[in-house]
Design a protein around this ligand. Structure first.
Ligand SMILES: [Ca+2]
Ligand SMILES: [Ca+2]
Ligand SMILES: [Ca+2]
Length: 258
């Protein structure tokens, strides 16, 4: 009899124990699910930025940590470059640049050159001041070049929608010194909404901004599919950073003066 009671007590205790484990694992599962839901929600950043637009971070995964030391060096270089551009300090601009335009190269040769170069330097200073170091979260580099990029952001108002990112292109010279090749605070695509469906606009923005091989040049440009490209456009490989194998990435080479 006593044995029977003991078996019953043991059986009930066992059932309670199993019930506890089932409840615990279910609870953990729910907590994991809510974490996933929360992280999905975090993707939308309603920072109005003082403008009548919404800004949406499009990255599904947080970017991987990048080499902060290199990022600091690139940004310090950009800041010096901006200062020299503001001061029209041509000699120092030349020293920090991988290449300069013919007008800046021959700055003192004519009034026309001076005027043309000053216009470029003014634009470089204005655009440079729009670059925000803390927004630069991607860094692609090898021994010949570095590209620093921000995440993509959507901006939208009643008439237009855009997907843009900031990018800095740097080339390393034969002595391993970083030289500015180019930078842009708003590289990407801006589309008029007109009567297009929103999902079609979003698809087009993806098409115009996708850069699979991260060589600094969008797939559709590598494929010569832009209406602004003419019959002389040279196709490059959308899955290979350096299509011609000379060491410079396709997006870097596209910025070289021919
Ligand atoms: Ca590419
Ligand atoms: Ca490529
Ligand atoms: Ca190349």
């Amino acid at each position: 009899m006593n044995k029977k009671i003991l078996y019953i007590i043991f059986g009930v205790a066992l059932l309670c124990l199993i019930g506890f484990f089932v409840y615990s694992s279910q609870k953990n599962l729910n907590e994991d699910s809510s974490l996933i839901t929360n992280s999905e929600d975090v993707k939308i950043d309603n920072n109005q930025g003082g403008r009548d637009s919404s800004v949406v971070n499009t990255e599904k995964q947080p970017p991987k940590p990048i080499d902060q030391n290199t990022k600091d060096k690139v940004f310090a270089l950009v800041e010096r470059y901006i200062k020299y551009a503001e001061n029209k300090d041509i000699e120092n601009i030349k020293a920090l640049s991988y290449q300069v335009s013919p007008a800046c190269k021959n700055y003192t040769q004519s009034e026309q050159n001076k005027k043309e170069c000053d216009t470029k330097l003014n634009a470089a200073a204005v655009i440079g001041r729009e670059l925000k170091k803390d927004k630069m979260v991607f860094l692609w580099q090898d021994k010949k070049q570095i590209i620093l990029a921000s995440d993509f952001f959507f901006e939208e108002n009643d008439t237009m929608i855009s997907k843009i990112r900031a990018m800095v292109y740097v080339v390393l010279d034969s002595s391993n010194n970083m030289k500015i090749l180019s930078y842009n605070h708003a590289k990407g695509s801006v589309l008029p909404k007109l009567d297009f469906k929103r999902e079609d606009l979003l698809k087009r923005l993806t098409t115009y901004t996708e850069d699979k091989d991260e060589d600094g040049m969008e797939d559709y440009l590598e494929d010569c599919l832009s209406s602004s490209q003419d019959g002389t456009c040279l196709k490059t490989d959308i899955n290979n950073k350096d299509s011609d194998g000379d060491g410079f990435w396709d997006g870097i080479e596209a910025l070289f003066y021919k």
